[in-house]
Design a protein around this ligand. Structure first.
Ligand SMILES: NC(=O)c1ccc[n+]([C@@H]2O[C@H](COP(=O)([O-])OP(=O)(O)OC[C@H]3O[C@@H](n4cnc5c(N)ncnc54)[C@H](O)[C@@H]3O)[C@@H](O)[C@H]2O)c1
Ligand SMILES: [Zn+2]
Length: 361
């Protein structure tokens, strides 16, 4: 089993990664849950696939108190689901010493993490991510929360898990499109901090497509270490953690303009990363080979490069309404000199932004 430490002083924790891990999970989990009440929060799809296995694990060394399975999907990442979740855990008599297991994708982790952060002013929780996106991104770093009608992730809390348990085997049941979305975030880690890792991805497309365990374990471990390092340095995104938003300012705008229906988050981020590269080329911070390499890697993973049919001006307008805009200026993360290196720009001329956007439409 691979272990990666997220160093956050008293809030430090381990990310445990292995294939077929659920069966042997009891010992590791019981370090956190021994003799405590435990409760699973999951979504309706993952519930059918994996909650029995996790329930068995929890029954062995903790006092298993029950489960809450909400309707799968981003549209249920809201306060109504949170309230129903609170009622379920009150009914199961969870107390301040209890532990919640978040079993599912990013939606589940964000919801369960927020419940854990706020129930009785905060109880422990562990993340058991089941999508690639959740394994490499949302289960690590402590951001939890829900959407409002007015915008995504507007309500939330920083609340670190007590541990993360990743079993790469569960990716076998993940729909192909969801897997691809996770790969957009994987590529992002190479772009923002590790050229060698980017090369590894370029050289292992076959292993990725054949779903080789060792390739997935390596990739997930690498992404988690990169995210762990970034989060350890800037837990609350006061400065450097912002580089994790590479491709996201453009990506969120693509999601908004297409009403969150045509593009999944990862698909929009892939196109957004290309827009950010184009901006880098326009501003002279990289030459076009960097963008071409990114383009080629995304292509070989079968990720789309263009958001055809969208209006560039609407994308620009959506970006200026992004919640990360500060004092009217939008922060952009662009590649700097080479793959694996980025810089943060505060405020860019709208005409240059439009040019960068138009190349990917
Ligand atoms: N907290 C953070 O730092 C952070 C970071 C990135 C994204 N997010 C959030 O994550 C969410 C997206 O997460 P996601 O892409 O994992 O979506 P998701 O949780 O909706 O999962 C995608 C779909 O896959 C299904 N599924 C999950 N695991 C499965 C498996 N092993 N086999 C079969 N089906 C499976 C789910 O039921 C769902 O239908 C967004 O709400 C986003 O805001 C949070
Ligand atoms: Zn993302």
């Amino acid at each position: 089993m691979k272990k990666i430490r997220v160093n956050l002083g008293k809030r430090s924790y381990d990310i445990n990664i292995a294939s077929g891990m659920f069966e042997g999970l009891t010992e590791e989990v019981s370090k956190i849950t021994d003799k405590k009440k435990t409760f699973i929060i999951t979504d309706s799809n993952v519930n059918k696939l994996y909650s029995n296995t996790i329930e068995e694990v929890l029954r062995k060394k903790s006092v298993y108190a029950g489960k809450y399975a909400f309707h799968a999907g981003e549209k249920h990442k809201n306060l109504a689901t949170i309230e129903a979740g609170y009622h379920a855990i009150v009914k199961s008599e969870l107390d301040r010493g209890s532990v919640i297991a978040a079993l599912g994708g990013g939606v589940c982790g964000d919801l369960a993490g927020f419940i854990a952060a706020t129930y009785m002013r905060g109880i422990k929780f562990v993340q058991i991510p089941t999508t690639l996106l959740a394994m490499v991104d949302s289960s690590v770093g402590g951001k939890t929360g829900v959407d409002l009608n007015e915008g995504k992730n507007l309500i939330g809390a920083f609340w670190q898990p007590a541990a993360v348990f990743v079993d790469t085997k569960v990716l076998e049941t993940l729909p192909g499109r969801e897997l691809l979305c996770g790969f957009a975030e994987v590529v992002k880690y190479g772009m923002i901090s590790d050229e060698k890792f980017f090369e590894y991805l370029e050289n292992n497309i076959d292993g990725i497509k054949q779903k080789k365990c060792e390739v997935y374990e390596y990739i997930i471990g690498k992404c988690c270490s990169i995210k762990a390092d970034i989060v350890s340095q800037d837990e609350r995104e006061n400065s450097s953690r912002a580089i994790l938003n590479f491709g996201h300012t453009f990506g969120h705008a693509i999601e908004t303009v297409s009403s969150y229906s045509k593009y999944r988050h990862g698909e929009a981020v892939a196109i957004g990363m290309l827009m950010a590269c184009e901006l880098g080329v326009i501003l002279g911070s990289i030459d076009s080979t960097v963008k071409r390499r990114l383009q080629k890697l995304l292509q070989s993973l079968s990720l789309q490069e263009k958001a055809e049919g969208l209006n560039p001006k609407s994308i620009l307008d959506a970006m200026s309404r992004d919640k990360k805009v500060k004092n009217g200026k939008i922060n952009f993360i662009i590649p700097d000199t080479k793959i694996g290196q980025v810089k943060i720009l505060n405020g860019v001329d709208n005409n240059l932004l439009l040019r960068a956007i138009e190349t990917q439409l």
